[in-house]
Design a protein around this ligand. Structure first.
Ligand code: AMP
Ligand code: MG
Length: 416
């Protein structure tokens, strides 16, 4: 049995990148950036008005009200490219270039323009620089604005668009095959017979794998039969970067997954982790394919996938932060630890009236209780050897991945 941190270290060392894809900007959301993003222009590219109003010389409006002759108009996309002289003003719109000679913009609300006489009255003084964003004040051409390894979120799209990244280099999606094992399993569209249950693990793993950026192929359900397992595992390894199985890794008479891997010549890196839930997790390599043999219980699957397989999938895509997001929270209710294993207990996060993060441990019936787990948004880390952590103590929590945009074109042109 090895500690979780050691197991994650092994996963990191055995995982390498799956290469780079070039995708169009509209497909970049949720992918992992595989290139540094460089500004190809200054931002703003010219001295830019931040208000609708009048470009003026601050010195001309030191004594108010001040009458200025309107020399022209500067609109967004159609600037006024002459020199503004003393005693003059230029009508200007938000986003338009500030003409040479002007050193401030007075907002329109603090001016009065008499219709048609060609003059404007400025009612309040302004200091030099008011309502002007100087060229390159935000970004200088050549600056690195986003770095390889970052998760592309919606807030970054404007940056990619503004610097001309119609195509974006991103980590290639790893190909994941998922295979549930167990002679008791039937698929979701079947009515379980006596002694049978519906498979949920394939769907859980597929969902989390998709959230991790992978493409997923669900394999047929595999019974507890060593030869069938060997055949399916070998076939799956041929055409996937990562194979994720569930079930068949405990100490039962019909737990054949490990034996099948060994007989196929897989290199096993670990097969027992000091983790609760999820002790019998297996990590192996068969050819170039990484294999995660997750336990059968559905909550163990969710925990072990997110600690180990998700990390590998994100490393393959070049993520700089492959692990789950760690935070500190106040424990809502006391929890029991385990003598020899680190526990990751499902929890609901909420904030109290002061805005402080509280982790409420789920009331759950253990690693088979997927219905209780459906409410979980985080895992509470209880170090090995902690007999009990009392309510109100500070605990480390890991955020569980949430929902992501659907795999569909988010830009509808209404044609279909
Ligand atoms: P195992 O690790 O194969 O002994 O399975 C442990 C428990 O998880 C058993 O109660 C199984 O019935 C259950 N289980 C195994 N695989 C799945 C699956 N794909 N979906 C739902 N439950 C499963
Ligand atoms: Mg089983």
């Amino acid at each position: 049995m090895i500690p979780i941190a050691e197991a994650i270290g092994i996963v990191l060392r055995q995982t390498s990148g799956t290469g780079v894809d070039s995708v169009s900007l509209v497909d970049a959301l949720g992918r992992i950036l595989a290139e540094d993003i460089i500004a190809d222009t200054d931002l703003p590219p010219f001295d830019r008005a931040q208000m609708d109003g009048y470009a003026v010389r601050a010195a001309d409006v030191a004594d108010i009200p001040a009458q200025l002759r309107i020399a022209g108009e500067s609109a967004a996309g159609a600037g006024w490219h002459q020199e503004m002289k003393a005693g003059e003003a230029v009508r200007i719109m938000t986003g338009a270039p500030v003409p040479e000679g002007a050193d401030a913009v007075q907002q329109v609300e603090l001016t009065r323009e008499e219709d048609g006489d060609g003059y404007v009255e400025i009612l309040e003084s302004v200091e030099i620089g008011r309502s002007i964003v100087k060229r390159a004040a935000e970004i200088k051409a050549g600056e690195t604005v986003l770095r390889a390894g970052e998760d592309i979120n919606a807030a970054m799209i404007a940056t990619l668009a503004s610097f001309g990244y119609a195509q974006v280099k991103v980590g290639r999606r790893p190909r994941v095959a998922v295979m549930a094992t167990g002679s008791e399993l039937v698929d979701v569209d079947q009515k379980p017979g006596p002694d049978q249950i519906r498979d949920s693990n394939n769907y859980t793993i597929a969902a989390y794998a998709a959230l991790s950026g992978a493409t997923v192929q669900r394999l047929p359900l595999a019974g507890d039969d060593p030869n069938e397992l060997k055949r399916q595992i070998a076939a799956a390894a041929e055409r996937s970067d990562v194979l994720i199985t569930s079930g068949g890794v405990s100490m039962g008479v019909y737990d054949f997954t490990k034996a099948a891997l060994k007989e196929l010549g897989a290199e096993i890196f670990f097969e027992r982790v000091a983790l609760r839930p999820g002790k019998p997790t297996v990590f192996a390599k068969l050819g170039d394919t990484l294999v995660f043999g997750l336990p059968g219980n559905p909550v163990s699957v969710a925990v072990t996938f997110n600690l180990f397989a998700r990390t590998a999938l994100r490393v393959m895509q070049g993520a700089r932060q492959p692990g789950l997001i760690e935070e500190t929270a106040i424990l809502g209710r006391s929890v029991k630890g385990s003598i020899d294993r680190e526990s990751y207990l499902p929890a609901i996060l909420r904030t109290d009236r002061r805005g402080i993060l509280i982790a409420e441990p789920l009331k759950w019936g253990g690693s088979s209780d997927f219905v209780a787990f459906a409410r979980a948004t985080a895992l509470i880390d209880v170090p090995a050897g902690e007999h009990e952590i009392k309510a109100r103590a500070l605990v480390k929590i890991l955020r569980l991945p949430g929902s992501a945009p659907k795999e569909q074109d988010i830009y509808s042109n209404g044609a279909s």
